[in-house]
Structure formats: C-alpha cells, structure tokens
Design a protein around this ligand. Structure first.
Ligand code: GLN
Length: 500
C-alpha cells in the first residue's frame, strides 16, 4: 500500500496536500498568536494596572488548553471519527474562532479562544499523524517527510505574523484576526482537494463505520461528536472568562484560577490513562511508550522557554528592542519560523551526513543539545542590556541572534521527536500518542504563565518601556538561561542511560 502511492519529489503526493493544509492552518494559528498578547495588553485588559499579569494568565490558560485538547481530539479520532473527519471538524471550528475574533467584543474574545482550543484539538494531532501514515514504519524517508512538513508549518508561521501584524497596525486588530480566519479556510480547501484527487488512498477514514453510526442518546456518534465540540466551546469560554472580573479585584489575581486547576486535573487524568495503556501494552510496546513519554517530558522544558516568544518576548520587543523602521513587535513573531525555514534543510542534511559516517547522535543527545542552545539563546537576550541606547532600547540584532539560536535548538528536538513519536506508538493509539506529544506544549504553557506573571509590569501606560522595564526582562532572561543550560546538561549526562 505504500508503493502504490503517486510520488512527487521522491515523496508520496499526499505529503504535499498535507503540507499546504498545515501551512495555512499554522498561518492562522501564528498570525493570531502574534497579535494575542499585545491585543490583550492594549485592548482587553488595557484599563488594569495589572494588565500584564492578566494577559500572562489568559495566555497561559489558552496555550495549555489549545494543546491539551489534542489528546482528546487524537483519542476521538483513533476511536470514532478518523483523521479526515477530525481535520475537517477542527478546521471549521478554528476558522469560526478566528472570525469571531474579528468581532469587537470582550465576550466574543473568550468564545473565539475557546473555538480555537477545541478546533486545534481535532486538527493538529491528526494532520501530524496523517503524515506518518504515508510512510512505512521506520522508513528513512519519514524523517525527511516530517522535515518538509515542518517547513510548511513554519512558512505559515513566518508569513502570518508579518501580514497580520501589518494589517493590525495599518487597519486595526480585527483585520489581522480576520486574515487568520481566511488562512484557515484556505488550509481546509487544500485538504479537501487532496481528498477529491484521491491522493490519500484509504488513509484517515473512520476506524469502523459501526462505531461511527452507533447511536448514543438517539444520535449517531459521528454527529454527536461535532455537536458536543460546539457545545464545549462556550463552556470553555465561560471558564476562561469567569475568573477575570474586568476592572474589579477578585479571584482573578489569585494564582490558582479555575482553568489552572482544571488543567491540572486533566493532566492527572491523562497521565493515569496513559499508565493504564502502558499496563495493557506488551513488554516491547511498553518500553517504547516509556521512551515516548520521556522525550515528551524533555520537550516540555524546551517549549516552556520557547513559547515565551508569543508573550514576554513580544512585550520585550515592544518595550525594549530598537525596532525602528525594521518591523513591529507583533511581526518579530515571524523570526523563529524564518530561521527554521533557513536551517531545517541544512540541519537535516547534517544528520544524513553524520549517519553516513555513523556519527549521527541518538535522540537523547540531540535533545540535550537542543536545551543547551535554548540556554545560550536566552543569554544573548540577557547580555543585550549592556548595549542599550540612551532610552533603554537594545539593538535588534540581539533579538535576531536569540531567535537564531533558539531555532537551532528547536530543530534538534521538535521535528526529530515528531517523527519518533509515530514510530514509538502502537498503531491503534498513534493519534492519541501524538496528542500526548503535544501535551508537552500544554504543560509548557503553565511554565510560560508562571514566568509571564513574574515578569509582569504594572502600568496602564501604552508607552511603558525603556529603562523602566529593561532590567526586569533581562534579569529574567538570565535566570531562564541558567535553568535551560542546567536542564540540557542533565539530559546530556543521562543520555547513555536513555539510549540503552
Ligand atoms: N512550531 C511547531 C508547530 O506549530 C511546534 C509547536 C509546538 O508543539 N509547541 O507545530
């Protein structure tokens, strides 16, 4: 069944449809993310002195849930919907979410985030697993397939902040958000045309039509799931917004807000379920699943620092980086993806070259090195303080250097892990395991929230920045650098053991 597929550039043709579908989905995701923190600080929470704190809290809850939902979306796909239906459902939910963001209302704001949360849960794990199904297990082509796919992700992540960031400044926030929605619809059209052209064979169909048509409370499961998905959105919106009494002091500023508590409960439930799956698995599967969980854990540490880019680092760019005439703060969100595009192929060629010489480092070493790169990247931002100009703004090239190093680290870890996960999981739970992989990002957003709150600056002044904020940020970055380096060194030291 792998040989029959039409090929293009030495890869199954289906890869290129998934590539463009994911490119546009990520366009919407990262276009919106580039605006999110600044929009909350400048609009949603503008009246609060604690607006940074509130923004960090919502950003972290949103990020945690947007990735945690992938576990549920993965599981529902494995058991009921199949990957194709899940991708459509997710894409539709996400595009509605983006269009709701284009409406100017605070209540709509939380509903929009929630639609994106649920939508991403159905879309993201399934499109990633879909890529894995195009290749025979363990095939060498698969890694390079995932590298190409990762390029697609980052082409979206590169262009979207530039365009949405530009629209937001020139025409208004809502135009930026609206464009994100159009991007998501474009992605769905690509996916749909792949199906029409029959490039996927029989991949991604529901695992079993009987299950799909089985009636629960009088409704077929295949219909019930989308209904529940749409109902889940306002419920999540209520939770996201219920602890943010705009203007009034209240439970909001207590750290243990309801979303964080629920998130922890979900986390525990998922871990328990994972334990149960491992218990049921045979010895070989269990060993592999254990490694999958371990690399997911290391990935959490990395994303915990990396995902600061959409929050603290965007604020740092707005308040302390001399961007004059180069780009806006929202647009700096494109830098990470830009470097991934530049570096993805050279680094993957480097792995191929090292493999030929039998020197390709094993996954745990790559992960340790990735964390070390993250550490050095934050040092670059920390030392930028010494080059600040008379108004407390640091040269742009420090930010550029930071994103360069961070992107090298990312390429040592993320695409490698993505490909490994599809290898390490038994086929019947592969989408679920992909969800577990993305859980690393979900937990990471708890770290992002914690750091964001530590580095929150009290002010309602639109132009806060310069020396008022410089040392707060660079001091924080120095501490982050130390933690990331420490973690990297520990992983490197433990690598021989994990390799075994
Ligand atoms: N940038 C990658 C993507 O969007 C990885 C994101 C993540 O897992 N946190 O797919």
């Amino acid at each position: 069944e792998f040989m029959e597929q039409q090929q293009m550039f030495g890869h199954p043709k289906g890869l290129f449809y998934l590539f463009f579908a994911e490119l546009w989905e990520r366009f919407s995701f990262y276009g919106m993310r580039a605006l999110l923190t600044l929009y909350m600080v400048d609009v949603i929470f503008a009246a609060l002195a604690e607006r940074d704190f509130a923004t960090a809290a919502v950003y972290s809850s949103y990020g945690s849930l947007v990735y945690a939902s992938t576990v549920i979306g993965g599981r529902i796909s494995d058991t009921i919907l199949g990957m194709r239906n899940s991708i459509f459902l997710g894409g539709i939910l996400m595009s509605i979410g983006h269009f709701v963001l284009a409406i100017e209302h605070n209540i709509a704001f939380f509903l929009a985030l929630s639609l994106i949360i649920v939508g991403n849960g159905f879309f993201k794990p399934n499109i990633s697993t879909f890529v894995g199904t195009l290749y025979p297990p363990g095939s060498a082509k698969k890694d390079s397939g995932f590298t190409i796919f990762y390029m697609g992700i980052n082409i979206g992540g590169w262009i979207a902040p530039l365009l949405c960031g530009w629209l937001a400044v020139e025409y208004g926030w809502h135009y930026g958000f609206g464009l994100a929605g159009i991007g998501m619809l474009t992605g769905l059209i690509f996916f749909w045309s792949g199906i029409k052209k029959n490039v996927f064979g029989n991949r991604g169909l529901p695992p079993n039509n009987q299950v799909l048509n089985k009636k629960v409370i009088g409704v077929k499961q295949g219909i019930l799931v989308p209904i529940l998905a749409f109902i889940a959105a306002p419920v999540i919106a209520f939770l996201l917004s219920s602890y943010q009494p705009l203007g009034s002091e209240g439970s909001f500023f207590e750290d243990q807000n309801i979303v964080n508590i629920i998130f922890k409960l979900i986390g525990i439930a998922i871990l328990a379920y994972l334990g149960y799956i491992m218990y049921q698995a045979n010895a070989d599967e269990r060993k592999k699943l254990f490694v999958a969980v371990l690399i997911t854990f290391f990935m959490t540490i990395f994303w915990g620092f990396h995902e600061l880019s959409g929050s603290v680092i965007t604020l740092f760019a707005a308040r302390n980086v001399d961007l004059d005439g180069i780009m806006t703060a929202a647009q700096t969100n494109s830098l990470n993806s830009m470097f991934i595009i530049i570096l993805a192929i050279p680094i993957s060629l480097m792995w191929t070259y090292l493999s030929k010489k039998n020197l390709n480092p094993r996954t745990p070493y790559k992960f340790g090195l990735g964390l070390v790169f993250a550490g050095i990247s934050f040092y670059a931002l920390a030392i930028s303080a010494s080059s600040a100009n008379e108004s407390g703004f640091v040269p742009f090239y420090y930010l550029l250097l930071m994103y360069f190093l961070l992107s090298v680290g990312e390429l040592f870890m993320s695409p490698v892990g993505l490909s490994k996960i599809t290898d390490l999981s038994p086929k019947r739970i592969v989408a679920f395991m992909m969800g577990v992989w993305f859980l690393s990002s979900a937990f990471a957003f708890q770290v992002v929230g914690f750091i964001g709150k530590q580095l929150a600056i009290k002010s309602t002044d639109k132009n806060v920045g310069g020396f008022e904020t410089l040392s707060v940020y660079t001091g924080g970055f120095e501490l982050i650098a130390k933690y990331a380096l420490g973690a990297g060194i520990i992983v490197l030291l433990a690598s021989p053991l994990i390799k075994k």
